[in-house]
Design a protein around this ligand. Sequence first.
Ligand SMILES: Nc1ncnc2c1ncn2[C@@H]1O[C@H](COP(=O)(O)OP(=O)(O)OP(=O)(O)O)[C@@H](O)[C@H]1O
Ligand code: SF4
Ligand SMILES: [Mg+2]
Length: 319
Amino acid sequence: MLFQAENICKTFYKRNFFRLKDAGLEALKDIKFGIQDRDIIGIVGETGSGKSTLGRIFVGLEKPSSGFLYHNNSNIFKLSKKDFREFQKSTSFIFQDPYSSFNPKMKVLDILFEPLILGGIERVKRKDMVDEIIENVGLKNDDLGKFPYQFSGGQRQRIAIARSLILKPKFLVADEPVSSLDLSVKAQILKLFEEIYAKSDLTMMIISHDLSIVEYLCNKSIVLYKGLIMEEALTDSIFANPLHPYTRLLIESAPSLYSDRAKDVKLEAFESPINLESAKLKLCPFLERCKLKLDKCRESFPEIIEVESNHRVRCLRYI
Ligand SMILES: Nc1ncnc2c1ncn2[C@@H]1O[C@H](COP(=O)(O)OP(=O)(O)OP(=O)(O)O)[C@@H](O)[C@H]1O
Ligand code: SF4
Ligand SMILES: [Mg+2]
């Protein structure tokens, strides 16, 4: 395993006027899964389900409140400073809103030089590395002298991809990489991800609330709901045989890039993530929305179980 997450929890606390912590918001709870070399793993779920928090933990930008994250069998949060820096150099993150992560006063050339300078790359090598990545993401050399505002959304995403890959990371987290783009541009950027993957030795985590992206790009998928893994399987199994009622709802309500799957199913309004109070109730977090609930769902909390080989689900219907 390249990565192994073991019982990762992340709770965010706010402090009140007296600097006392509140009850906390459990953004992630008991997260357990592995990523193999060359996997493209999709993380799907509605807003607030904990996707970005999970992605940030996997590149060391956020520390779990408890649990472990092993990378090549070493707990990354127990590494020495030097080894942690090395680990971070081997990872990269494309932020949810790349435009706001650009300094508007920097030209593309400077945006791309920045990670090279921070990464200690010798001056003589920098321009060649910029030229190579610019070509790989389908931008032109003339674009290097322009500012971010002079580009379309799709081109800006190409700049963000170039910046994230210029140091040749081994592991990339892309957080909602195409959510702000219209359909034709979205398809171009997805194609670009495919090309980059084919040409490199990358392992990727693709975060998206849009199942069609994950269906298109990812070999494995994880469905998150209120900070809990609801279903985990090979993407083909999830789409051919979705087991969790929430996954079924997501699939029914998502337009597919492949088929004219029903588009008229509306997801009900999103509820806020579980807080420690509701977690104490120890019931299925999807209970109120579930159209397939059973009597026993009002009595116990579903643990995640493997119902078929490599297909795990958190639902009392399978117990
Ligand atoms: N730094 C933080 N401080 C406090 N709460 C946070 C912090 N980061 C995230 N949260 C909360 O944790 C929960 C999960 O947030 P996260 O951003 O991981 O969700 P998400 O699935 O990425 O949502 P979206 O689809 O809207 O991007 C949310 O309720 C969010 O408000
Ligand atoms: S455990 Fe019960 S309420 Fe929860 S998703 Fe399964 S059937 Fe629905
Ligand atoms: Mg997010």
